[in-house]
Design a protein around this ligand. Structure first.
Ligand code: GLA
Length: 391
């Protein structure tokens, strides 16, 4: 995050919209989730952190009621144009639906735009990597709207508005984790969030003699949204069945013992496995954060590995490519933990690796992955950054 990204997005703005007179530049980060996967829409806990990569927006108000968008990353797409009053019927399935959806969501809450704007976007998050490029785009749009139009909203509101627009404008029934991590990020800290109560704490990520590594499968995935939405429905069905037996409002409220005692109320065996993941993953997340606070990084790593196994076998949101990355990582001495992160079906793994094993990690897994999968994985050493800023 910084000057380089700002320059790139300003250049992109000038190319499409003429000049940069009076343009303001904003940034919102992507995120990586350390543990607590597919728990956020089940009333469970998550433990993500904001990254030091993300999405930049260069924005300037217009005199009329038009909104114009362009992306430095997709120059061929040119300018997308829509009138504020036409937003409701302006979905195209293209990238600009994300910022459009955020404006639409603001308007829906009574935050009316008196004038339109021109907006150029540039992102340094690899696309489709499961590092929340869409949440960063939503949050940076909301952050820019607040600054330009003086809307009275908090950073938490920006997260809710982003999620609302993604659910209702883009048709992806995501939980709150990604937008929350982007809007509320804190340098060198992860966010321990209870999605049932929305209570949260910042936990320092101090990895003495270790690194956080992110490895991208580079898998081009499709059907992510539909598979994701299907998981949500399966969890909802499991909960409904469980409610015939126990008084419970979400899967996140169940202890492992309570779940095991009541699980035969769930009629569909697939839904049993989905719910088992949600319940166990939530308890793992609570335990993992405690282990980290106690300085027990080894235990944190074991729980990361268990999280991967559960996502692979019970939740079935991993994929062969991410399984290779995680399973090869587990074989390397000095790898504390490794798991698929984010929505799944591709994307990245996140690993905690001792300093002395970092080179071995890359040098061992790189060639094995290439041989087994046929194309390369990418390895990133990213920092944990702050939430949105004006640059
Ligand atoms: C996606 C969603 C999040 C969360 C994760 C899985 O990233 O946007 O809300 O459900 O998947 O943990």
């Amino acid at each position: 995050m910084g000057q380089e990204g700002k320059n790139i997005v300003l250049e992109g703005f000038a190319k499409q919209f003429g000049d940069t007179e009076g343009v303001r530049v904003f940034f919102a980060p992507g995120r990586v989730n350390l543990i607590g996967e597919h728990t956020d829409y089940n009333g469970g806990h998550v433990f993500p952190c904001a990254l030091d990569i993300g999405t930049y927006a260069a924005v300037r108000k217009r005199e009329d009621r038009l909104l114009r968008f362009c992306s430095v990353n997709i120059p061929k797409a040119g300018i997308t144009e829509v009138a504020i009053d036409d937003l409701d019927k302006a979905r195209t399935g293209q990238w600009a639906d994300y910022p459009k959806g955020v404006v639409w969501a603001f308007e829906g809450r009574g935050f009316k735009l008196d004038q339109g704007f021109d907006m150029a976007i540039y992102g340094d998050i690899p696309n489709g990597a499961g590092l929340s490029s869409s949440a960063a785009l939503e949050v940076v749009t909301g952050f820019a709207l607040r600054a330009l139009y003086g809307f009275d909203v908090t950073n938490q509101d920006l997260a809710f508005i982003g999620q609302y627009s993604e659910n209702n404008y883009n048709g992806m029934n995501c939980g709150i984790m990604d937008q929350f991590a982007s809007a509320m990020g804190k340098k060198d800290h992860a966010i321990f969030l209870d999605t049932n109560t929305m209570k949260f704490e910042y936990a320092p990520i101090v990895l003495d003699g270790m690194k956080l590594l992110i490895t991208n499968t580079n898998k081009k995935h499709s059907l992510v949204d539909s598979e994701y939405n299907a998981r949500r429905e399966q969890c909802a069905r499991a909960l409904k069945d469980l409610q015939t037996r126990v008084k419970v409002g979400s899967l996140g409220e169940l202890s492992i013992e309570e779940f095991e005692a009541a699980k035969d109320a769930i009629t569909d065996p697939v839904c049993v496995r989905r719910a088992r993941h949600a319940v166990y993953e939530n308890q793992r997340t609570i335990e993992a954060v405690k282990a980290l606070a106690d300085g027990n990084v080894e235990r944190f790593g074991e729980l990361m590995n268990q999280s991967h196994v559960s996502l692979r076998d019970d939740y079935e949101t991993s994929c062969p490519e991410a399984d290779i990355l995680a399973e090869e990582a587990w074989k390397i001495p000095g790898v504390v933990g490794s798991r698929i992160t984010g929505g799944g079906f591709g994307g990245c793994t996140v690993s905690i690796v001792k300093d002395e094993a970092v080179d071995t990690f890359v040098e061992t897994i790189g060639p094995i992955y290439k041989e087994k999968v046929g194309y390369e994985a990418s390895f990133y050493r990213l920092g944990i950054g702050d939430g949105p800023v004006e640059l």
